[in-house]
Design a protein around this ligand. Structure first.
Ligand SMILES: Cc1ncc(COP(=O)(O)O)c(C=O)c1O
Length: 384
């Protein structure tokens, strides 16, 4: 993709579709810092306007087939990567229904890891929880102890807990599960995939899922999921996996070159473009950019009295969850920014009034973050 100052020349999605090129202005500063959905590049948005095609057509099959080799690079897997039309919660539910025979252990440390527990109970599984307080990272030692006490078909965890800004030690958690049991490891990487290292194969992860509207920086509507052979074998032993929730059905349709039902085709077009953007940057470079955004936020926050709600040593590279200094209420700060055309995330759930969250994931560049932080400085100075 040729670069030209702040512009790029846009090509229409690949596959067998006719290619168009036109200039896209990339100079607009990002003012949207939600921890998902995130800002989407103009060329990726534009890709969604390609003409309709049938989802069983040769054109779609070619487009779909072109995605998996790139998705494998993002997930760092040699295995299969499935696609569902729907948000991550659908695939969390599908994963539990498809793989848990009876018992599941949910590791929780905030609102989204607790969602695994809520989903597991809602579909009638025998669900137990290892919980650490919000703001703390899951301790792999607690996982070991729980697995020595009981037998589970599956262990669920979140990699990046978006509600608290904690990045869990996923490699160590997965190692603990593998060393102590035969349980599958199901991981929500919704706000970490393409923003922090996720090594599906090297870390022995069985189902790794992410909706695409977070660090992948695509428009919402799809969820992608790496699906291991082990997970498939276990699913074969589970009865009543539903229809729209049966991951083996997704896997079979995937092998036939498509999706189980009509997918969100415009978002597939967007994915086609954005995967190139991600891989042109390179996974390591992308992880490094996110780490730098986290560090920049931390350097800014400390001297100004913004306090992290997340445990030191486990702070997320994609979202910073902060308490403002004395005298500034988090919801007021979020609102004042909104009135000036800037979007940040409010606190989540029980932390709504105490914290706010800066989503620095996806396509956010250091200069964008600096402009946001300077705006917050001005607001706080004007108040005092
Ligand atoms: C870590 C995490 N898991 C799950 C979800 C739910 O994702 P979705 O809205 O795509 O179902 C979110 C949404 O913010 C999230 O941050």
């Amino acid at each position: 993709m040729p670069l030209c100052g702040n512009s790029i020349f846009l090509a229409a999605p690949s596959g067998n579709l006719s290619r168009r090129t036109r200039k896209v202005d990339m100079s607009d500063p990002i003012r949207f810092f939600l921890p998902g959905p995130t800002w989407v590049r103009p060329d990726v948005r534009e890709a969604m306007t390609a003409p309709s095609i049938g989802h069983r057509s040769p054109e779609f099959k070619a487009l779909y087939a072109s995605l998996e080799p790139r998705l494998r690079q993002v997930f760092r897997t040699e295995g299969e990567v499935l696609m569902a039309s729907g948000s991550a919660t659908l695939v969390m539910e599908a994963a539990v229904i498809s793989t848990v025979g009876e018992r599941v252990l949910n590791l929780t440390c905030g609102a989204f890891s607790e969602r695994w527990h809520a989903v597991s109970k809602a579909v009638g599984k025998e669900a137990e929880q290892v919980a650490v307080p919000w703001g703390r990272a899951m301790d792999p030692e607690l996982v070991r102890q729980a697995l020595r006490r009981g037998r589970y078909d599956v262990v669920t965890t979140v990699h990046n807990e978006t509600s608290t800004g904690v990045l869990n030690p996923l490699r160590e958690i997965a190692r603990a599960v593998r060393e102590e049991s035969d349980a599958l490891v199901l991981v929500d990487t919704v706000s970490s995939l393409a923003g922090a290292p996720v090594e599906t194969d090297a870390w022995g992860l069985d189902i790794v899922l992410a909706s695409v509207q977070k660090a992948l920086a695509m428009p919402s509507g799809l969820t992608v999921a790496a699906f291991s052979e082990r997970a498939a074998r276990q699913a074969e032993t589970v009865e009543h996996r539903g229809f729209y929730t049966d991951l083996l059905r997704y896997r079979d349709k995937h092998r036939a070159g498509g999706t189980i039902t009509t997918p969100a085709i415009p978002v597939v077009y967007a994915m086609d473009r954005q995967l190139d953007v991600i891989l042109e940057e390179g996974m390591e470079a992308r992880w490094e950019r996110h780490r730098a955004l986290r560090d920049r936020t931390a350097e800014w926050a400390g001297p100004r009295g913004f306090v992290y709600a997340s445990e030191a040593g486990h702070r997320s590279p994609t979202v910073s969850c902060l308490e403002p200094p004395e005298g500034t209420a988090a919801p007021d700060l979020v609102q004042a920014l909104r009135e000036r055309g800037w979007t940040v995330g409010g606190g989540y759930g029980a932390w709504k009034s105490r914290t706010f969250r800066i989503g620095h994931m996806g396509e956010v560049r250091p200069a964008d973050l600096d402009r946001l932080l300077a705006t917050i400085d001005n607001l706080v100075a004007a108040e005092s």
